[in-house]
Design a protein. Structure first.
Lengths: 142, 415
């Protein structure tokens, strides 16, 4: 039921998104959208010594997509790229506390992780094509 | 609840089996997504089963009894469609897969022949993607371009803007929808067609949202082409209609090649079949065309004047109630004569997809998103809207539940 979805924490991240904006000297940026519902997310990454030194997002769309992006940035800030690589669908759904989202809305929740993974694909593209290919494979979340 | 319209909604609802089903949580289905597709009455469903159970056969070729019955049933629907829109004859009615295919047929078989470098096609900012993309493709192929009529206040098209653009000597075709699938705006297509014809520019009308809801007369409008689809008017999916004036269809090359569209096939050349079969290659969607016939009968029994009357009443009531909700923005015309039974809106900063999720808890099926009209969304400066759209089986009671649900959403989001 929608009371279970639109809990205070989701609405709080929707209304007051954390880490929203750009990074002027980002190492990599990536944009994607859900063509069916029109949610949009841009992710900007700053990486140092294989650690996420800074992450910011821009976007527009539903509360689930935007809150999920906001919560994802908090989740990966200052984490190693290896640990970010391992993040899967269930980690995100648990993180935002919405494990029972139906097929129509799960894409909203997972868009930001998809974009984050694709920005890592870009990041590794020239440095380590093998990792890039592997992450690209793992970015097919839905 | 008062039902002052000439349509007996409660009786009609009995004819639609799906309206008896329950949605998660035990709520009755409140189907308000009729601009996307409508529900089907039992007579439509039964006529399709009846074809498969009793006279399934291919049409037009064989001489056995089943083929004769199936051919008669299929062609009888063509007559019904011709009568529905008052075409001069049934050979001006081409069956396609959907309204989109009908528009693409005109783009490929007419526009591709008549457009050259520098020419223009004029459409509007309120068009559905199906009346934008085919023209982008064909104008791109030949080096022509697309011109847009701008949407003004309340989603209206300014006739002065049209008068000016229609005089462009490069203009070769006007293609406009008669009713917007997002705003419900009804365009003055008759007047526009008259103006276009004065400068010898043919007019295509996307009538996917209008034919289901009001009396449409192609001779009165004098349009050259018209597209609509069965599934938005109680019929099955998979059946689209293209109307075109016979003399235009006659000079158009075929759409796709294959069986049924030929007269004689030799090793290196083929002569094409008469209208409208020239445009219907391969085995058509026989069962669903037959189902569409039952849908037309159902709507004719209700009467298009009564349908329009009912929709105006329910839309007016919904607009009135929705306007009471704090923080709501309603797009589109406020005058009932200029709009159909489609209401697009936004509620505060609640994203339409979130709103649709909340309304689903009440059993309400409502559309949210860009409604395949991203050009219009850009113009309205929103990424999405919520949309409710009504049809013959919707009641004022259902509108009341919609209002309760919207108030609930407001509270949940703390608006």
């Amino acid at each position: 039921l929608s009371e279970d979805i639109y809990r205070e924490i989701i609405l709080d991240h929707y209304r007051n998104p954390r880490n929203k904006g750009r990074i002027s000297d980002a190492d990599v940026s990536f944009h994607d959208s859900n063509p069916l519902c029109g949610d949009e997310i841009d992710i900007h990454l700053k990486v140092e010594d294989d650690i996420v030194k800074d992450i910011k997002f821009e976007g527009r769309g539903c509360a689930i997509s935007q809150a999920s992006a906001s919560m994802l940035t908090e989740m990966v800030m200052n984490k190693s790229l290896t640990s970010v690589r391992d993040l899967g669908k269930d980690d995100i759904l648990e993180n935002i506390g919405l494990v029972n989202l139906g097929p129509a809305r799960i894409k909203c929740a997972l868009l930001s992780l998809k974009v984050l993974k694709m920005s890592m694909v870009e990041y590794y593209a020239s440095k380590d094509p093998e990792s890039a290919a592997e992450i690209r494979e793992g970015s097919r979340l839905y | 609840m008062l039902q002052s319209s000439t349509i007996d909604v409660e009786r009609i609802r009995q004819d639609f089996p799906i309206l008896q089903r329950r949605i998660k949580g035990g709520h009755k289905l409140i189907y308000l997504d009729n601009a996307a597709t409508t529900q089907k009455p039992r007579t439509v469903i039964d006529s399709i089963s009846n074809y498969y159970l009793n006279y399934n056969s291919n049409i037009h070729r064989a001489v056995h009894q089943l083929a004769e019955e199936a051919t008669f049933a299929y062609e009888d629907v063509r007559l019904k469609v011709a009568k529905l829109v008052n075409a001069r004859s049934a050979d001006e009615i081409v069956f396609t897969r959907n309204a989109t295919e009908s528009i693409n047929l005109v783009a490929k078989c007419w526009a591709r022949q008549h457009l050259s470098k520098g020419n223009k096609v004029l459409i509007t900012e309120i068009e559905h993607h199906s009346n934008i993309v085919p023209w982008q493709l064909v104008t791109g192929e030949v080096g022509a371009s697309l011109d847009y009529l701008l949407v003004g206040d309340e989603g209206r098209i300014e006739i002065e803007d049209f008068k000016q653009k229609v005089h462009d000597p490069e203009l070769k075709l006007v293609s406009i929808s008669q009713m917007s699938n997002v705003l419900g705006t009804i365009l003055p297509v008759k007047e526009m067609t008259k103006l276009a014809h004065k400068v010898n520019v043919p007019v295509m009308i996307d009538a996917a949202q209008s034919v289901p809801h009001m009396r449409v007369d192609v001779q009165d409008l004098d349009c050259d082409f018209m597209a609509f689809s069965a599934h938005k008017m109680l019929g099955p999916t998979g059946v689209g209609i293209l109307y075109a004036k016979r003399e235009i269809l006659e000079e158009m090359p075929p759409f796709i090649g294959g069986g049924d569209m030929i007269k004689e096939v030799h090793k290196h050349n083929t002569s094409f079949n008469d209208l409208p079969y020239k445009f219907e290659a391969g085995t058509p969607n026989i069962a669903d065309v037959i189902g569409f016939g039952a849908a037309i009968d159902y709507l004719n029994d209700l009467g298009f004047e009564s349908i329009r009357e009912h929709e105006m009443q329910i839309t007016e009531y919904a607009l009135e109630r929705m306007n009471e909700i704090r923080g709501i923005t309603i797009y589109g015309p406020h005058i009932m004569n200029e709009r159909g039974a489609v209401i697009s809106f936004n509620l505060g900063d609640i994203h339409p997809h979130d709103l649709a999720t909340i309304l689903n808890d009440f059993g309400i099926a409502m559309r949210s998103g860009h409604h395949c009209a991203q050009v219009l969304m850009e113009k309205l400066d929103v990424s999405a809207t919520s949309r409710v759209s009504f049809y013959v089986y919707n009641s004022k009671d259902e509108v009341n539940i919609l209002i309760d649900a919207l108030q609930r959403a407001r509270r949940l989001f703390g608006l």
